[in-house]
Design a binder for this molecule. Structure first.
Ligand SMILES: [Zn+2]
Length: 322
């Protein structure tokens, strides 16, 4: 009897604490760390870390379990790519908002690594299955914070690695990710009057210019190591050296740390080539060399193409003894 009263007392208290909060406490420009701490917690353990998942007030139609499954699947893509979750503890705040689909995602680190996603209350399982935002934000957690003129690198990594990680985890086909790159990557090419990546900060140069840097670096590392290593090994090296979103780093220091993991200098070399001046790779030739062949509405692969083995090694996570 006494126990039952005690339980009622605790749950009434926690309900009261949460009910004083409303959606506007969670949708401002910054991560609402203080309000987050007042929400009830239900952490999830993943390889390398704990996800402190909390839901802001509001009812999501498909239920919290479906949302948690989506977060776990996204974390698994990260773990496949990086071999561990990038930070020991990440706060994941889900804010229910009117409508359908993922409305916005942001990664923070001011008071510990955090991700906030605004999720439409009428979102379906299908919306979550095809979502890329959660993985994109999680990739941000795996890279140090830098000066704002290097934002292209953080966004480029999130854009490029998101696709590869989801493919490696079995969530996207090879055709889907490479046709996505082929259709979108040109948006990162320098336009007339554009300067290098550190100097022109348009949307295209930031997201797809950054992704282009990552893809070229990946291919260069594969070429230099006879496909033994790639960008993935370099990025794992940064995490192993302690670099993640909760740290700040000078860009050259971070790129040299990444290069150290492969024993080459491809990242720093490409950075020096692309940072100040516009660099225009021949994308049509690159897609052909990678073995991408458009056939009607489908994309086929020519495995005899000169860089086909680089493409194949990008598709696969490094082997354990690799
Ligand atoms: Zn981003």
């Amino acid at each position: 009897m006494t126990l039952a009263i005690l339980f009622i007392g605790i749950s009434a208290l926690s309900a009261q604490t949460t009910s004083t909060l409303s959606a506007k406490d969670f949708t401002g420009p910054f991560m609402p760390y203080t309000a987050f701490e007042k929400l009830s917690q239900n952490p999830m353990t993943v390889k390398g870390g704990t996800l402190d998942i909390r839901f802001a007030p509001g009812r999501i139609q498909i239920g919290e379990r479906a949302v948690r499954n989506w977060i776990r699947r996204s974390a698994n893509a990260l773990i496949t790519y990086y071999d561990r979750f990038p930070v020991e503890r990440a706060k994941i705040l889900i804010v229910p908002v009117p409508g359908r689909g993922i409305k916005r995602g942001q990664a923070f680190a001011f008071r510990g690594a955090a991700i906030r996603v605004l999720l439409g209350t009428s979102s379906t399982q299908k919306d979550l299955a095809k979502d890329w935002v959660m993985v994109h934000e999680m990739v941000h957690l795996a890279w140090p914070q830098m000066r704002s003129n290097h934002r292209w690198l953080s966004e480029g990594l999130a854009t490029y690695v998101e696709s590869i990680a989801r493919h490696q985890a079995g969530d996207l086909t090879e055709e889907f990710i490479w046709s996505g790159f082929q259709k979108a990557m040109h948006q990162g090419m320098p336009k007339k009057g554009d300067k290098g990546l550190d100097r022109t900060h348009t949307w295209g140069r930031t997201y797809w210019g950054g992704a282009l840097f990552c893809m070229l670096a990946d291919i260069n590392i594969r070429k230099a190591t006879n496909n033994r290593m790639g960008l993935q090994d370099a990025l794992r090296g940064v995490l192993k050296a302690g670099g993640n979103h909760e740290t700040h780093a000078n860009i050259r220091f971070a790129l040299r740390t990444a290069d150290k993991a492969t024993g080459k200098t491809e990242l720093i070399d490409l950075y020096e080539e692309m940072r100040a001046d516009p660099m225009k790779p021949d994308l049509t030739k690159l897609w052909r060399d990678l073995g991408l062949r458009v056939s009607g509405r489908r994309l086929r692969f020519d495995n005899e193409a000169p860089l086909a083995s680089a493409r194949q090694s990008i598709n696969n996570p490094p082997s354990r003894d690799g």
